[in-house]
Each structure stands twice: as C-alpha cells, then as structure tokens.
Design a protein around this ligand. Structure first.
Ligand code: MEV
Length: 421
C-alpha cells in the first residue's frame, strides 16, 4: 500500500479520498474519518502534516480539586477508565494540596566538538558569560519585558565514545511558555560566538527535556479517619496508611515496580497535559529522566506517616509546560480547558498538574494495597466489553452490571447475556 507523491500537498478531504481508496476503507469508515470534531480540519491541517481527520478522546472533568486554597475544575483528556474518578476521589479524601512551582528556567544545550583544550575553552566562555547572555537576549524583547530571558550559562566537559565534548547549557526563564522555540532560537544565535571562543564546531543546539530547574512540588495529607471511611470500614485507617507505605517501599526498592508506580502518576498528569494542549512527551521524558537522576530509577512520589499517624504524600518532577503558544493556543479545546481551570500562569497550571499526579499515584496505591485495582476498573471495563459484544443503550449498563456481579467479564459472556434477552 502506498500513497501518491502529491498526497502531502492535497487538501485533507482529497487526502482522505486517496487514503480511503488505497486502504480499501468502507463508506462507513470513510464517513467516520470525515466527521468534523471540535478541532476543525483547517486548524488541524495547520498543526501537523498529511492530515486526513482528527482523533477525539474522552474529555472529562475532575470537580472540587483544591490546590493552594483555590478550588479548581480539572479537565482531562484520556482513554483509560478510572483516571478521572481516581483523581476526584483522592482529592475529596485529602485535605487539599499545597503546591509550588519553581521559576520557569529551562536548559538549552549546545554541543561543541573538536575543542582542543576543553578546560581552557570553558574558561574563555565563562569569562564572556555576561556578553553571551546579553546576545541571547537581543531578539526576544517581549520575553525580557515580562521578566524572562536568558539568565545564565554553564559549561560541562563530557567524555563520550566519540571523544571529548564541550556542552554549554544556556539557562532561560521562559515565563508562561513551554519554551522549546525560544530556547532553540537562542542556542542557534549563540553558536557562532561559542565556536569562536572554544575553537570547536557546534553540532546540536536543542532544548533539554530534563528540566531540573523547572520543577514543581505538591503535598497533601490523607487522614487515617478519611482513609478508613473510604474503605467503608473494611480496613482500619492505620492499616490503609501502612498498606500505602508498603506499596511505596516496594517502588523505592525496585525499578520494575517504580516504573509502574510512576506510570500511575503520569496517567493523570498526561491527561491534563493533553486536555490543555501541552507536549506530554516532553513532560514524560523529563519525569522519567528525573526519576533516574540518582543513577537508579526511583518513584516520583514519597509517602510517610506524620506524628498523628496520617498519611503524607508528596510529588516532585520537572514540569515544562505552557499556556501560551503551540497547541495551547491553536487547539480550540485546549483554550477552553485552560478557561475551565481558571489558570492565568503556567506555574499555576504546573502546580495543579503535580497535585493531579499525586492523586493518581495515591489512588492506585490505595486500591492496589487494599481491595486490589480490578474492582474499581471492573464496571467501566465491563461496559466497554458489553459494547464490544453489541449491546446498545440501556443494555450496556444491564449487561455490565451482571458481568461485574458475576466477576466474569468477557465478550463471550456479554454475548451470552445479550442472546438470552
Ligand atoms: C494503570 O494504568 C496504573 C497502575 O498500574 C499504577 C500502579 O500500579 O501504581 C494501576
């Protein structure tokens, strides 16, 4: 199967015609792809290449999410059942979150090769730091006027399998942007000067997604009383606290578990990032690299018992996100998502997102360490299975309830139940 050379240049509708005929799509399949969504085709076509359609996801809202004393509504775009409910429940059980984002300082990396004397070149660059920072700031007056801009330069001597390298880190306060464009442009502007100062040749000039200077921390307390109540008395509060601490200790000691532990936190983080049009791959990459900074892959969250025996949860991770530029401004739903949240600064958004990550992780640990995760997942999963088996309207709930009650959720069982109706 292949597409014509002209495919790229066609309008989305013409591309769809060609694709449908090449991939032998049925009229129904083609009609589904042709259906317009909230993201109109013209906008989508300006966002990426070879657009034929748009891809909707469920868009849900977490109510009553209290961060730094302000109650927020948190939109999430996610395909996984239970993510929205988990954040809603964990937030309701908590005492609200305190959350603090650091200054939005991102790193741009400039790779210099063939530098004869790296320590000497570092000295030369260090001596011209002020001038280099000023040069990086020449182009972006807007950013400077809002308190942002290049702030510093750091040099690193790397020993690689292709020889020594001088890596220059340009530190830039990007304010409310994610920052990739600003940083990449500044790195390109500085390159000729850095080549002169080092006698080397510039290769890569690019943002680092390991945004160690742009982090966010969130914290909350789940009282043992609230935890006990949440299990409807099936477990004592102190047992739930202990169970979550066991789960956390497992993740602390084992990268196989830490990976899944962090995936749970990212379930919520990514959902908000997607809803707000942010680059979730950048945050994912940053989060996992941050989790490995000690040389071992570790959980992004921490849990401990306070003096009252309540459970304290904390999370810390890099959060390179924006509320200006990119899809945050072009995707019509992203703009609405930001309005729903009522955020006016990227740091506020980061603070909410970190708290969301903490709720997701906590909810997963609490469920896994007590009744097990499947019970909560079962009903939504059962509904999807019922639909797959051909259930419609009210049948979906009926069949899902029956299968969940029987703890026998399968397409085969759903078909049997449908057949006997
Ligand atoms: C599933 O998407 C996420 C969990 O696996 C997270 C965890 O195990 O902590 C439930």
């Amino acid at each position: 199967m292949t597409l014509s050379k002209e495919f790229r240049k066609k309008a989305p509708k013409e591309r769809l015609d060609e694709l449908a005929s090449e991939a032998k799509l049925t009229e129904e399949e083609k009609a589904l792809l042709a259906k317009e969504s909230a993201l109109d085709l013209e906008t989508a076509n300006r966002m990426i290449e070879n657009v034929v359609s748009t891809f909707p996801l469920p868009f849900g809202v977490v109510p009553g999410f209290k961060v730094n004393g302000i109650e927020r509504l948190v939109p999430m775009a996610v395909e996984e059942p239970s993510v929205v409910a988990a954040s809603a429940n964990a937030a309701k059980l908590s005492e609200g979150f305190t959350s603090e984002a650091s200054e939005p300082v991102m790193i741009g990396q400039i790779q210099l090769l063939g530098v004869k004397d790296v320590p000497k070149a570092i000295e030369a660059i260090e001596a011209k730091k002020k001038e280099l920072v000023a040069k990086a700031n020449e182009k972006d007056r807007m950013l400077i006027s809002r308190g942002g801009g290049a702030k510093g330069i750091e040099c690193r001597h790397l020993k690689s399998k292709r020889g020594d390298m001088l890596i220059v880190h340009l530190l830039v306060n990007v304010q409310d942007a994610m920052g990739a464009n600003t940083i990449n442009t500044m790195c390109e502007i500085l390159s000729p000067e850095l080549e002169k100062l080092s006698g080397g040749k510039v290769r890569l000039r690019i943002i680092s997604n390991l945004a160690v200077h742009r982090t966010v921390k969130a914290k909350t307390v789940w009282t043992k009383e609230a935890l006990e109540e949440s299990t409807k008395g099936a477990f004592k509060g102190s047992e739930v606290v202990g169970a979550v601490l066991d789960a956390y200790a497992f993740a602390e000691a084992d990268p196989y578990r830490a990976c899944t532990h962090n995936k749970g936190a990212m379930n919520g983080i990514d959902a908000v990032l997607i809803a707000t049009g942010n680059d979730w791959r950048a945050v994912e990459a940053g989060a996992h690299a941050f989790a490995s900074l000690s040389g071992e892959y570790k959980p992004l969250t921490k849990y401990y018992k306070n003096e009252k025996g309540d459970l304290v949860g904390e999370i810390e991770l890099p959060m390179a996100i924006g509320i200006v530029g990119g899809a945050t401004k072009t995707h019509p739903l992203a703009k609405i998502a930001l309005k729903i949240m009522g955020v006016t600064k990227a740091s506020e958004l980061a603070e909410i997102i970190a708290a969301v990550g903490l709720t997701q992780n906590f909810a997963a640990l609490r469920a896994l360490a007590t009744e097990g995760i499947q019970r909560g997942h079962m009903r939504l999963h059962a509904k999807n299975i019922a639909v797959m088996a051909g259930a419609h309207g009210k049948e979906i709930e009926e069949i899902a309830d029956k299968m969940a009650g029987e703890k026998n959720v399968s397409v085969q069982r759903a078909k049997e139940l449908l057949g006997s109706k």
